[in-house]
Ligand binder design. Structure first.
Ligand code: PNS
Length: 168
């Protein structure tokens, strides 16, 4: 069975990520979408919230599982006995960053972990989790960026955060 990991922050998952998930699920027998639990970043959503959102968003794709991991991707991949990581490429700016990570992982894993890149569908090439958050924080329209149930959760989050900052 050919399996791959799609690692990322997914804070939150966007239509761009979902496009990569759907297309890679057609190439591999199994895709494990795994949320990085990174204590140094301050995400909008907790790891548990991101995992729950992802599970709901991919529930109709039977060969996709959702998980989370801490530490190095190569260690997680070894534990799962998986040799391929999938990443999406939107533009040349992604390429430099992604190339460095992919090469680092290849060297660190002594050739055990390869990275396969899928180019994002043009329709979603401009999308990023950070821009979605920024638009939502100013009550802008994110209906073209994330599924409706996720958009509602993002707006709710900012409503709570704004309330908390007004109370201070
Ligand atoms: O969605 P993101 O934030 O661009 O995803 C980045 C991610 C999670 C793929 C990358 O930061 C990662 O794999 N981090 C785990 C730590 C690691 O293995 N680092 C070594 C490569 S530099």
């Amino acid at each position: 069975m050919k399996a791959a990991i799609y690692p990322g922050s997914f804070d939150p998952v966007t239509f761009g990520h979902l496009d990569i998930i759907k297309r890679s699920a057609e190439i591999f027998d199994e895709i494990i979408v795994s949320v990085l639990d990174n204590k140094t970043k301050s995400p909008l959503f907790s790891v548990e919230e991101r995992v729950t959102m992802l599970k709901e968003a991919v529930k109709d794709i039977p060969n996709v599982k959702v998980d989370s991991f801490r530490g190095l991707l190569i260690d997680y991949a070894k534990e799962k006995n998986i040799h391929v990581a999938v990443r999406g490429l939107r533009a040349i700016t992604d390429f430099e960053y992604e190339l460095q990570i992919a090469q680092t992982n290849h060297v660190l894993s002594k050739g055990r972990l390869d990275t396969m890149f899928l180019t994002t569908t043009l329709e979603y090439a401009y999308l990023s989790s950070s821009s979605v958050k920024e638009i939502a924080s100013f009550n802008g329209d994110i209906s073209g960026c994330v599924p409706k149930f996720i958009a509602d959760l993002i707006y709710d989050k900012y409503r709570i955060l704004n309330q908390e900052s007004n109370e201070l």
